[in-house]
Design a protein around this ligand. Structure first.
Ligand code: TIU
Length: 224
């Protein structure tokens, strides 16, 4: 077992059954002109976590542990996008509209793809999800069952929306969850902090949180 100095207490995981889930590190959320910006957000904040997230992915690749990427996307005919989602708010552009990186959040469009710095490599699963949670209407449950996964490490955006929703889904499905604090970000710094606190409150009611350096240190100490 590896032991990570985490909050609210140590997170231990076995090498054989751990996997990393990187949530929605897509151009549409991180670069100007995409979904995140059309919702009225300053997308610049999110770029800051790219180096740490790249290092986290690199660690899993070096260890030979599974890396799963998710993308929030919809079919070109919007058949998997409920009107309630598309009509929400008063965005400059809605899901499916033509933006500067192609149609907003549509599978196959440049903006819907993962940013180049974190691009998946051969053999890594990429899960397209129509909702905020990565378990809803996706093959993720089967992928994790096939891998034998028991412990999940989380990164990605945004902390309080797709990351938190997916962690709660995972928690209800019996997984042990660790969120890497400096590999997740929100358009709202206060929401990120609140989410970290609510995840680990009440004795890790949803999961644990730790900085990437704590996971790195745990891996350096080795399996014990
Ligand atoms: N708007 C926002 O904060 N997030 C999303 O719409 N999707 C994800 O978090 N991926």
């Amino acid at each position: 077992m590896y032991t990570v100095a985490a909050e609210p207490f140590d997170f231990t995981f076995p090498a054989e059954t751990v996997a990393l889930i990187v949530i929605d590190m897509q151009r549409d959320f991180i670069e100007p002109g995409g979904f995140g910006e059309t919702l009225g957000n300053d997308v610049a904040l999110l770029e800051a976590i790219v180096p740490t997230t790249a290092a986290l992915i690199g660690l899993f690749r070096r260890m030979g542990w599974p890396v799963i990427h998710t993308r929030e996307t919809h079919a070109p005919d919007l058949s998997d996008c409920p009107p309630a989602k598309r009509e929400r708010g008063n965005p400059a552009l809605r899901i499916g509209d033509e933006g500067s990186m192609g149609r907003i959040l549509i599978r196959g469009e440049p903006g819907a793809d993962i940013i180049e710095a974190l691009y998946p490599v051969e053999g890594e699963h990429v899960v397209d999800k129509p909702g905020k949670g990565a378990f809803y209407a996706t093959p993720l449950t089967g992928i994790l069952k096939d891998l034998g996964t028991t412990h999940l490490v989380f990164a990605g955006v945004t902390t309080e929306v797709c990351v938190q929703t997916t962690m709660r889904e995972a928690n209800d499905r019996g997984f042990h969850n660790l969120l890497i604090e400096d590999a997740t970000e929100s358009y709202f710094p206060a929401f990120k902090q609140a989410t970290l606190q609510m995840i680990r409150a009440q004795g890790a009611i949803v999961g644990w949180t730790a900085p990437f350096s704590a996971l790195e240190a745990a891996v350096s100490r080795g399996d014990a």
